[in-house]
Design a protein around this ligand. Structure first.
Ligand code: FAD
Length: 462
């Protein structure tokens, strides 16, 4: 193989000097994503400006057998955007246009680098809504959301990214550009290629255009914070809410470890810092009457103490309620920059059993843990903090720690990740969740898209 120095010169001739970077300091910024304690340097960075740039870069890398890693905003937390095999990082950050909000067909057409929040804002300006709301939506890209099948608090009512992708344009490793689907709601023409690419973590093709389904925006939003003595009562209340035919837009929970940490980080400026669990419930409605009917029903549920409910309707009040939930990651990083972040999913009713068992296990190992997440859909964030533990001891214990968490999730009928994906840091645990036959099928799909194995190597099952 030619040296990366000469390959970068050829790429510069192909794409122009402004798009090809070899400066080590700049490359350093592309050596990591938001995964704790993981980095690897790329050899070349390409900042694509169009599908044609992507196609030419991929064809070049295909001819020279160079690994290529598509990258959005680098907010992934499983090492998906870390170039563990070196090679070219192909950044989509400059392809960030919202091409069109088609009000009549309720479709957004966007480039992959568009920031999720910007798409939501553009839809809102037309009275529409793009519901998927990963907590990172201020900075993550829609291409990354599609590649990870990102979800968020509103999945309980509105689903995840996969429920909104109507069509994709993508580029195969050999440079060919394919368009599938479009501004159509139904499509039974051939295999669902978009469905295969959603959640493929940059290992099958590079997504260059996305057609997103939009829905009418709700007229009113109201948030409620409800404290509980323990996580069991909180999850019982989730069941009661849903069984009373109330489908909130979000039902988020924080258990005591998460509340304590947020209270510490925010100098106690959170409601009910002494509670065993919080539920944060958001209701969307067409009128004040609808919203108040739901609030009254929730207040009357057996596990809920109506006198303690805090209701927020203005954006300022709402932000105050969400502050504790939103600050958790920052709060963890402030006390322990190195930590394990898991996002297992279990059937909703099993959340208390899962968390109580895990808590006991962590305590038996003197580990501090923080648990929070999406009570409405069973997706639980379990963060275990290294704290001041010796680094080698921590690192050596990680595989067993992960195995213990995954084993419990799977035994309860769940799986090892609900939204963050497998990436690099979970690949050796994939056989715990999928059968050998299923993994072999995934590998055959990978081969059909990427026969030379050049796209994001070292991820998911490699
Ligand atoms: C504070 C914080 C909160 C978060 N909250 C959530 C949450 O609530 N829900 C959730 O699901 N995730 C969450 N995440 C994780 C992360 O934001 C999501 O996985 C997001 O979808 C990643 O988008 P990105 O643009 O940053 O992708 P990157 O990190 O750049 O890439 C992620 C993967 O997608 C691939 N990829 C990116 N763009 C393309 C493309 N155009 N074509 C093909 N492959 C591509 C990459 O190769 C990589 O494998 C959170 C992360 C942080 C740091």
């Amino acid at each position: 193989m030619k040296s990366y120095k000469s390959l970068s010169k050829e790429l510069t001739l192909l794409l122009g000097a402004s798009k090809v970077v070899t400066d080590k300091e700049i490359l350093g910024a592309y050596s990591r994503d938001e995964t704790s304690d993981l980095s690897a340097m790329p050899d070349i960075l390409v900042r694509a400006g169009s599908a044609d740039d992507v196609s030419r870069t991929l064809r070049f890398c295909y001819e020279h057998s160079i690994p290529v890693l598509p990258r959005g905003a680098g907010t992934g937390v499983t090492g998906g955007a870390v170039p563990v095999a070196g090679g070219v990082v192909l950044s989509l950050e400059k392809m960030n246009r919202i091409i069109e909000i088609d009000k009549e067909n309720m479709v957004a057409v966007v480039e992959p680098g568009a920031v999720t929040r910007h798409i939501q804002d553009a839809a809102k300006a037309e009275g529409l809504m793009y519901p998927p709301d990963p907590a990172s939506l201020e900075s993550c890209s829609i291409g990354g959301n599609v590649a990870e099948n990102a979800g968020g608090p509103s999945a309980v009512k509105y689903g995840t990214t996969k429920d909104y992708v109507l069509g994709l344009e993508f580029v195969l490793p050999d440079g060919s550009i394919i368009a599938t689907g479009g501004k159509i709601v139904k499509n039974a023409t051939g295999y669902n290629l978009a469905g295969i690419l959603i959640g493929s973590e940059g290992t099958l093709a590079v997504i260059t255009k996305i057609y997103l389904r939009l829905i009418p925006a709700p007229l009113l939003t109201c948030d409620m914070l409800i404290p509980f003595p323990s996580i069991t009562e909180a999850i019982n209340a989730v069941y009661s809410i849903l069984s009373h035919r109330i489908v909130p837009a979000t039902i988020e929970f924080m258990e005591q470890g998460a509340i304590d940490l947020a209270a510490q980080f925010l100098n106690k400026e959170i409601p009910y810092p002494e509670a065993g669990a919080h539920l944060l419930v958001r209701i969307h409605g067409g009128s004040e009457g609808d919203i108040y009917a739901d609030i009254e029903k929730i207040g009357a549920l057996p596990d809920v103490d109506a006198d303690k409910i805090i209701i927020a309707q203005s954006p300022v009040q709402q932000e105050r309620l969400w502050k504790a939930r939103r600050c958790i990651r920052e709060a963890i990083q402030a006390v322990s920059p190195v930590f394990l972040a898991e996002d297992c999913v279990v059937p909703r009713s099993k959340i208390p059993e899962f968390l109580v068992e895990l808590k006991k296990y962590f305590e038996s190992k003197s580990l501090r843990s923080v648990m929070f997440g999406h009570a409405g859909d069973g997706n639980v964030h379990i963060d275990v903090l290294k704290g001041d533990m010796d680094y080698d001891l921590w690192k050596g214990g990680l595989p067993e720690l992960k195995r213990q968490i995954y084993q419990r999730a799977i035994a309860l009928g769940g799986t090892i990740t609900g939204e963050h994906g497998i990436g690099f840091i979970r690949k050796e645990y994939l056989p715990m969740a999928l059968s050998r036959e299923e993994i072999e099928l995934l590998k055959r799909i990978k081969k059909a898209f990427d026969p030379k194995g050049l796209l994001n190597p070292g991820k998911i099952f490699e």
